[in-house]
Design a protein around this ligand. Structure first.
Ligand code: TRP
Ligand code: SF4
Length: 339
């Protein structure tokens, strides 16, 4: 049986942190074994928010690619490509835009939340919300369907976007005949990673993220400032590891000494400073193979470019095949000859 296609995307707006890894990418690494996988560096989508900061998007295309490669996305098994190199995505977006009402877009919970955040951020009533931004779910539907993505690994916050894609697919197929593949979302097991500060989410804007590219000094600083059991005042006070972010990270990173950490925390024989120092060590060991790979790719930008070029070419062929079917069924395949 032919392998199903996976398509997922990531916006190149910053380096990746542990939240990206545990929340998404570690799942992608596993899925690439079973599926024919496409990982899109969604620069066009990143520009919907960052159109006035193109340099940021440009730099992060390579940074994010290096992060993905360092985390185990294997270019021999998967396709990593850049969204803007595939004009077929833009073309599909235009055709799909007729199949979606404005009301439906404004009702999309993901768009709704993001518009709310923008209003709060800019203190306006929403006038700064662009056409491109409100329409990005349509463009995301084009991302998914261009590569016949049957499975889309995403976080829970993205479910409304997949639902929107499914509606577009149904509508397209019912008007123009069976053409597009209906995608299914695949939720990752580990949904949301908490921050060291106790925030429910690790995020760049929250200032609580540990980046894969962080140095030992940066990691030390972040871990030493982590939120522990606030009831523990003296070094030998017994505490509750379940409310401590340091313990949460010992567990997340997979410290083999976890039981001892738990026991010693509970009986008061472990001080928080020592406990944090141990976490720094565990974290550094965890990050070591990742940073080694990172350094390798940083020193060989030509390899990174080659991976992106080859991936984008391969992805483009796939998108062209889909486009042929779409044009035929939409009755806009006027000539046999390519123009
Ligand atoms: N919107 C996604 C995010 O912000 C990124 C993305 C772009 C995506 N294109 C996609 C996800 C296609 C799944 C499928 O995380
Ligand atoms: Fe947290 Fe460790 Fe301190 Fe216990 S000893 S509260 S687990 S930092």
């Amino acid at each position: 049986m032919e392998k199903k296609n996976i398509l997922t995307g990531i916006r190149p707006t910053g380096k990746l942190h542990l939240g990206h890894y545990f929340g998404a990418v570690c799942n992608w690494v596993k899925l690439q074994e079973e599926y024919h996988s496409f990982f899109e560096i969604a620069d066009v989508q990143a520009l919907t928010d960052n159109f006035n900061n193109p340099e940021k998007v440009r730099t992060n295309v390579r940074e994010v690619t290096i992060d993905l490669l360092s985390l185990g996305i294997d270019p021999l098994k998967s396709t990593i490509f850049v969204q803007s190199t595939i004009p077929e995505i833009a073309e599909l977006t235009v055709y799909y835009s007729n199949l979606v009402t404005m009301a439906r877009l404004y009702r999309n919970p993901t768009v709704k939340t993001e518009i709310k955040q923008k209003k709060a951020l800019f203190g306006d009533t929403g006038e700064s919300v662009t056409y491109g931004f409100v329409g990005y779910p349509v463009s995301q539907a084009a991302d998914i369907t261009a590569f016949e993505g049957a499975c889309v690994p995403v976080g829970e916050d993205q479910l409304p976007l997949i639902e929107q894609t499914r509606e577009i697919v149904h509508k397209f197929n019912s008007i123009y005949g069976e053409t597009l593949i209906l995608p299914e979302p695949v939720l990752s097991e580990n949904k949301r990673i908490k921050g060291l500060d106790g925030n429910e989410k690790m995020g760049k804007s929250l200032g609580n993220a540990i980046y894969l590219a962080d140095s030992k000094e940066e990691i030390e600083k972040k871990i030493m400032g982590a939120v522990t059991d606030t009831k523990k005042i003296r070094k030998d006070d017994p505490a509750n590891p379940e409310v401590c972010m340091v313990y949460y990270y010992h567990k997340l990173i997979g410290n083999s000494n976890l039981e001892t950490v738990c026991k010693e925390c509970k009986n008061g024989s472990r001080g928080c400073v020592a406990c944090k120092k141990e976490l720094v060590e565990v974290m550094m060991n965890f990050l070591k193979p990742i940073s080694e790979k990172r350094h390798y790719y940083e020193e060989h930008p030509e390899i990174v470019d080659k991976i992106l070029i080859e991936g984008s070419k391969y992805a483009r062929e796939k998108a062209k095949t889909t486009m042929k079917k779409v044009r035929k069924n939409m009755r806009i395949d006027y000539f046999d000859e390519e123009i």
